[in-house]
Design a protein around this ligand. Structure first.
Ligand SMILES: Nc1nc2c(ncn2[C@@H]2O[C@H](COP(=O)(O)OP(=O)(O)OP(=O)(O)O)[C@@H](O)[C@H]2O)c(=O)[nH]1
Ligand SMILES: [Mg+2]
Length: 269
């Protein structure tokens, strides 16, 4: 989606479960508009946050006209949950085999044969989101399957989320990139204040952690870890909004927020 839109609408990291929301990306050209709904990956939910993530998948699956199943051939075979979900969908499913820059085509094709045994696929497309190979063909296939109608969004829109959403996501991306084990999975980010001045946007955000012991890890010795996190987050926010940013981060503890439905909802999930 980011490759097609030419913009970092959805955050991406090497860690699983980076995406938690339905992230809307809008592609428009002279006669077509495609609204992409990026979703979390399909898992068996273990706590409330993950349950909320899977509700997001359910919603997108109902709203979509077609499904792009992004398959990473360097990863293991999709779980039963993924296969069963796809088998239950009565819409065109496009198998999008990604990362062809990093895998042997013949190997990938062998794995695709296994998937073809399990799924009714409209088509199989080989792409590299990283390098752009196969993306035009993917766009053309999607275009040919969309129902005709008036555009939903103005042509210049790339997404529909407020800037606060992207700010919290970009901070969360840094949390996923810079911290290990449970930490990224235990954090949520809430933008508390956003003040746009002429020259600079002043942003204050809270990082919510799940346990008291995680607070110290986030802050680090002498505040080193949170300082670094703040610098990297500020840089990526500045790049995204194209403006100077002053960013203030605070760490707050909400004991077991991931397991509590009201907190999960409160934090926007
Ligand atoms: N080599 C290569 N790496 C890629 C390509 N596309 C994505 N990646 C990398 O794969 C990793 C996962 O990408 P994401 O976009 O976060 O994957 P996702 O499926 O959305 O994962 P979650 O949001 O965590 O469910 C990141 O490190 C990307 O940089 C590609 O075409 N080639
Ligand atoms: Mg993702």
């Amino acid at each position: 989606m980011n490759r097609i839109l030419g913009s970092k609408i959805s955050i991406t990291t090497h860690k699983a479960q980076t995406t938690r929301h339905q992230v809307v990306g809008i592609y428009s050209d002279h006669d077509t508009q495609i609204v992409f709904l990026d979703t979390p990956g399909v898992i068996s939910p273990k706590y409330e946050l993950q349950k909320a993530m899977m509700k997001t998948v359910e919603r997108a699956r109902k709203d979509a006209d077609l499904i792009l199943f992004i398959y990473d051939p360097t990863d293991r075979h999709p779980t039963d949950e993924v296969i069963e979900l796809l088998q239950s969908i009565n819409k065109p499913i496009l198998l999008v085999v990604n990362k062809i820059d990093a895998t042997d085509k013949a190997e990938a094709e062998k794995k695709v044969l296994l998937l073809k045994d399990q799924l009714r696929l409209h088509s199989v497309l080989y792409v590299s989101a990283l390098q752009g190979d196969g993306v035009d063909e993917l766009l053309n296939t999607v275009r040919s399957l969309l129902p005709s109608g008036p555009p939903f969004y103005p042509k210049e829109d790339l997404s529909e989320h407020p800037v606060r959403f992207f700010v919290s996501e970009l901070i969360r991306e840094q949390l996923f990139l810079r911290f290990h084990e449970e930490i990224p999975y235990s954090c949520a980010v809430e933008v508390i204040e956003y003040k746009a001045d002429d020259e600079i946007d002043r942003i204050s955000a809270d990082i919510i952690v799940n346990r008291n012991s995680q607070k110290g890890m986030l802050i680090g010795k002498g505040g080193k870890a949170i300082k670094e996190l703040g610098i990297r987050s500020r840089e990526s926010i500045e790049e995204f909004i194209g403006k100077k940013v002053f960013l203030e981060l605070h760490v707050k503890v909400r004991e077991k927020w991931r397991e509590k439905e009201n907190w999960v909802r409160n934090l926007g999930y």
